[in-house]
Design a protein around this ligand. Sequence first.
Ligand code: FAD
Ligand code: NAD
Length: 478
Amino acid sequence: MSREADIVVIGAGPAGYAAAIRSAQLGHAVICIDKSIDRNGQPTLGGTCLNWGCIPSKALLDVSYTFTRMTEFQKMGISVEDHQIDISKMLTYKNSIVDKLTSGIDVLFKGNEVTFLPGTGQLGSGREVTYTSHDGSQETITANHVILAPGSTPIDIPAARIDHELIVDSTDALEFEEVPKRLGVIGAGIVGLELGSVWNRFGSEVVILEAFEDFLPMADRRAAREALKIFKKQGLDVRLGARVVSSTVEDGVVKVAYQLKGEDLVLECDKLIVAVGRRPYTEDLLSQECEVNIDERGFLFVNDLCLTDAPDVYAVGDVVRGPMLAHKGMEEGVMVAERIAGHKPIVNYETVPSVIYTHPEIAWVGQSEDELKANGEKFNSGMFSYSANGRAMAAHETEGFVKIIADAKTDRIRGVHILGAQASELIAQGVIAMEFGATAEDLALTMFAHPSLSESVHEAALSVGGNAIHTVNRRKKK
Ligand code: FAD
Ligand code: NAD
């Protein structure tokens, strides 16, 4: 069998579904192929993000944070006697949110007349796609444009092979049916910290083995330093500079052999999460005949506009260079859809926000002080602590700070770094400011509602010029 379409999208994660919906809105006949199967054995939309990533992990983070806050409620005058967590009910709650959102994509596809084909898509020569349904039947689809959005998959390391029971990946770690007494994690990256936090909040003794000596090297140095102290206080035992050698399972216990400061050590745990990064997922995607090239790290090679080496074949999301983040993929998907329709948008990779949803949250956009120093660029920075913010005090959320970095000459904002409650929300102010080319003074001259956490953004901007009101200014010129 064969058919035709204006656009075929392979992959219905955030990058692919955004590309498909936007293309259909712009008047194209769109087919979207996705192979994911949900926990009930049914085809599902939304990719990693909605099914096994952003959304379920945030459901568990929000439930577990609410659970830990119960103990703090006492300080605020609220008595919560003997609170318990029912893990099975929590998983049902998490699944209900996943189901609502994944079926929401189905509604959006139907409403925008995107044809969804459950199964595998493979790019052939030109813009020919072979679609193989889950029952094995095949058809050829010829399109004017193809958008590849197959996403990424967890990296597996020989020193800790995933068995999906005791040695698990991030997907399995969202499904633990009981709280592991001792939880080992390999990798103090975003997944390790977020999922380590979830289970630590329910009582797991969590040890995180991290190969690097530096904690969160991509974050602001002060934010990383303060966060590490706070996480340690919360019970996350982060061991930096730990080289994992091997892992074995004996009598239901995982034994992880590792080296730290020249010493041979063994970590015993009941579950081990391997969270050492993700790699582009390109299995079954490309035929021998297709002209798409792969770079040395396994990513599909694309230019700034997400065009591959094959004419009219684009690639977006985790499978191409840049941060593996849902919002970056969505923006790329929309850009490609609009470019195909003849519009001229670009993705501004300078303003991709990053958030780690621990508590406190860590969020940043733009450059760090270290990056600017390394480039020999001069800057001024301003900081404001949550502990001096009235709303943060009222909410018993005084850990952390906002830092704004501005060019020494032009005062243009080059970076915003936040450690603190609701950093994921506050960082949007930095993104908007940078997108509009704002100076620190622009933010300083803006009125913010009082009392609000956002006032910390205002005060940090004021402090760039040494003009903060609610803290003693220590303006540093670099
Ligand atoms: P995916 O979401 O991976 O979707 C790709 C889809 O394509 C999948 O459904 C796959 O089955 C399908 N596919 C692949 N190959 C084929 C083929 N040949 N034929 C048909 N279908 C195919 N990012 C954030 O921004 N914020 C977060 O809070 C966040 N939290 C996360 C938490 C966890 C635990 C994890 C693992 C990831 C998290 N991420 C987060 C990352 C985020 O999930 C990814 O960046 C995002 O899902 C990438 O979108 P994508 O569309 O490129 O790929
Ligand atoms: P990561 O790259 O964030 O962190 C992996 C960590 O593992 C690094 O610190 C690395 O040094 C360490 N590591 C690598 N090999 C190791 C080894 N052999 N022994 C010990 N440590 C080792 O990767 P991740 O945490 O798996 O997350 C994957 C990606 O998913 C992230 O980079 C991010 O793009 C995305 N994600 C985003 C969010 C979010 O936006 N909040 C949440 C989860 C995942």
